[in-house]
Ligand binder design. Structure first.
Ligand code: ADP
Ligand code: MG
Length: 609
């Protein structure tokens, strides 16, 4: 047989490599920003269009490249950063594999202009899909400008795989923030479709954090500083009362690189133990400096995982350092009520009973009254057809309450579906009780019904939000004292995007400036105390895969539903169960989690055999 093995042409090899290095526009942003930093720039400008799909442009005032280097920089394994394998262990640059530019040029249109400091003239190079289109001399300022256009133009499958511009922009923003946070000694500007998202001067780390995440960050930060033989920790943690539900503001930088480390993250969680609820996330911005020889950075360039030699020791040091800082700055366990209350998220108060939203099912309505608040609000009367199913759940407890229940046993199995069978009148004396302030327990025909109160209430609210006409017309309550809330520029942009839907629900928002919004009206069913929480939730967890209306309904019901831990009186318990079974869907909450379970009498019987 003839020889069949051949070497792949360079442009094919580059495309394959590109698949690993460049997953999405944000990967290109990361590589270009890091190159600019490695080139010693003190000013870096990032310009993107359409979530980076049509343009990613990075301009720096760093070292620049000679004419020959400019050409070489696009070759694979072309790097100025290492020359021998040993250099890998003493790296203080971001790049070292010489792969990024070659990869990017293989799958995009690249336009490079660069000039060395002191040189009279610079070079201008155009490359499309690894092919050099032109190389000319050009008059350009000192430094480098790289524009990457039409990413994945020659890999349609990859291009189609990209998410919406907004999602890609969010990934880019994440990468930008990571680089910008570590390099506060560098000024950054970031523009998206012509509008400025960030303009960061050279500043201290603390100022940089505040600049990136908004003014409200300033009062939240607690400094951390510790130096031991194996590890130097510095930076900031956020006070426990500002812990969030999402993991947004958590940054480890190991030897100047952003890293992810679930293990060290756990050390932080352990340090905050007892200060924040288990589902809450502490914010942190920490530099970890270790001996470069003790950290394995020889990993894939796009990955952020690293390996430390002695993780256990680092864990212990980190945990005690954080505990120490929390103690030293007196943030344990007292709560600082000096803060602007508007910015406080009530759910983060430690040890404080969650504030019961006034929308709870308490007393405002009687479920057995056709004209109850909830049924009225739902825009129609109690949905009879589905309610019947629920009524049928009840048993005449006297009838079945016999020591010889096995006699009734058989007949009960005959109607295993609790929603079928003949209708019985609703037993208004039905006993319910709350288990661990989390579940409502009651009896049904076939045994016992256990309802998760939080999920049930979410379902009830959700259907009201989506179905309620009065709500759709913006039934709004005016606030006597409008609330001013601060957000970051990006968050304000997000809120603006949701503005129309917010108005439909009854929110009245005025955007005062690029970091502040005034709330002068809220939906009727909401309480003032939850405004900050609801809006924060809306901007933090925007999910582009669902419609804005659905997203808002989900967020609202998630934030204002009865929580686990809230005590409910008997009437409210019954009312909630009734409303639940009046819902179109009563088995699953808006997030597709099971709302209730039943325990068959048979199963209980078996335990006594
Ligand atoms: P690496 O960063 O791993 O060395 P890259 O492909 O990212 O590989 O870059 C190749 C080389 O091109 C770098 O080593 C550097 O010498 C040069 N280079 C890239 N970007 C710049 C820039 N913005 N300014 C100066 N030199 C650069
Ligand atoms: Mg690089």
């Amino acid at each position: 047989m003839a020889d069949i093995i051949k070497l792949l042409p360079d442009h094919v090899a580059n495309q394959i490599a590109a698949g690993e290095v460049v997953q999405r526009p944000a990967s290109v942003v990361k590589e270009l920003l890091e190159n600019a930093i490695d080139a010693g720039a003190s000013n870096v400008k990032l310009i993107v269009k359409d979530g980076g799909k049509s343009l990613i442009h990075v301009v720096d005032n760093g070292s620049g490249m000679s004419e020959i280097d400019a050409r070489l920089s696009f070759e694979r394994h072309a790097t100025s950063k290492i020359s021998a394998a040993e250099d890998l262990f003493n790296l203080n640059t971001k790049g070292f594999r010489g792969e990024a530019l070659a990869s990017i040029a293989a799958i995009a249109h690249v336009d490079l202009q660069t000039k060395l400091d002191g040189a009279d003239i610079g070079s201008h190079l155009k490359i499309e899909g690894s092919k050099v289109i032109s190389q000319e001399v050009s008059a350009t300022p000192k430094g480098t400008s790289i524009a990457v256009k039409n990413l994945f133009f020659n890999i349609p499958a990859r291009r189609n795989f990209l998410k919406s511009n907004q999602v890609e922009l969010r990934h880019i923003t994440d990468e930008f923030q990571r680089v910008a946070l570590v390099h506060h000694e560098v000024a950054f500007q970031f523009y998206n479709n012509g509008s400025e998202l960030f303009n960061l001067p050279i500043e201290s780390f603390r100022q940089r954090i505040v600049h990136v995440f908004g003014n409200r960050m300033n009062e939240r930060l607690v400094p951390v500083e510790e130096e031991t033989e194996v590890l130097k920790v510095s930076g900031f943690i956020c006070k426990p009362e500002f812990a969030k539900k999402s993991r947004g503001e958590q940054f480890f930088f190991a030897n100047g690189r952003f890293i992810k480390s679930p293990y060290l993250h756990h050390a932080l969680i352990a340090a905050f133990e007892g200060l924040i609820k288990s589902e809450m996330q502490p914010g942190y911005f920490l530099f970890l400096d270790v001996d470069p020889g003790s950290i394995d950075i020889n990993i894939h360039p796009t990955k952020t995982e690293v390996k430390f030699d002695d993780e256990n020791t680092l864990y212990a040091i980190l945990r005690s350092t954080i505990k120490h800082s929390l103690g030293q700055f007196n943030v344990v366990p007292a709560l600082d009520f000096e803060h602007d209350n508007n910015l406080q998220t009530p759910y983060s108060y430690q040890g404080k009973e969650a504030i019961l939203p006034r929308v709870t099912v308490d007393s405002r309505f009687n479920p057995f009254d056709e004209g109850s608040q909830i049924t009225k609000k739902a825009g129609n009367t109690f949905r009879k057809e589905s309610a019947e199913g629920w009524e049928n759940l009840y048993v005449d407890s006297v009838e079945n309450d016999t020591p010889f229940s096995s006699v009734h046993f058989e007949s009960e199995i005959e109607t295993p579906d609790i929603f079928e069978g003949e209708t019985e009148d609703l037993d208004t004396n039905q006993i319910t009780f709350q288990l661990r302030r989390k579940y409502i327990v009651t009896t049904i025909k076939s045994g016992m019904l256990v309802v998760n109160q939080n999920r049930a209430h979410q379902r009830v609210l959700y259907e009201r939000f989506l179905g309620d006409d009065t709500l759709k017309q913006g039934a709004s309550q005016q606030l006597l004292f409008p609330l001013q809330l601060e957000f970051t520029v990006q968050e304000i942009e997000q809120l603006k995007g949701l503005c129309e839907n917010l108005a439909v629900l009854g929110f009245i928002l005025t955007f005062d400036n690029e970091e502040q919004v005034t709330v002068s009206g809220i939906p009727n069913i909401m309480t003032e105390t939850s405004i900050g929480m609801v809006l924060a939730e809306l901007v933090e967890n925007r999910n582009d895969s669902i419609s804005p209306a659905d997203f808002m309904a989900k967020t609202l019901c998630k934030t204002i539903a009865l929580k686990t831990g809230q005590a409910m009186d008997a009437e409210s318990q019954m009312a909630l169960v009734n409303d639940l079974f009046g819902c179109k869907e009563s088995k699953l909450d808006p997030f597709n989690r099971i709302i209730y379970t039943t325990i068959e009498t048979e199963a209980i019987e078996k335990k006594f055999m």
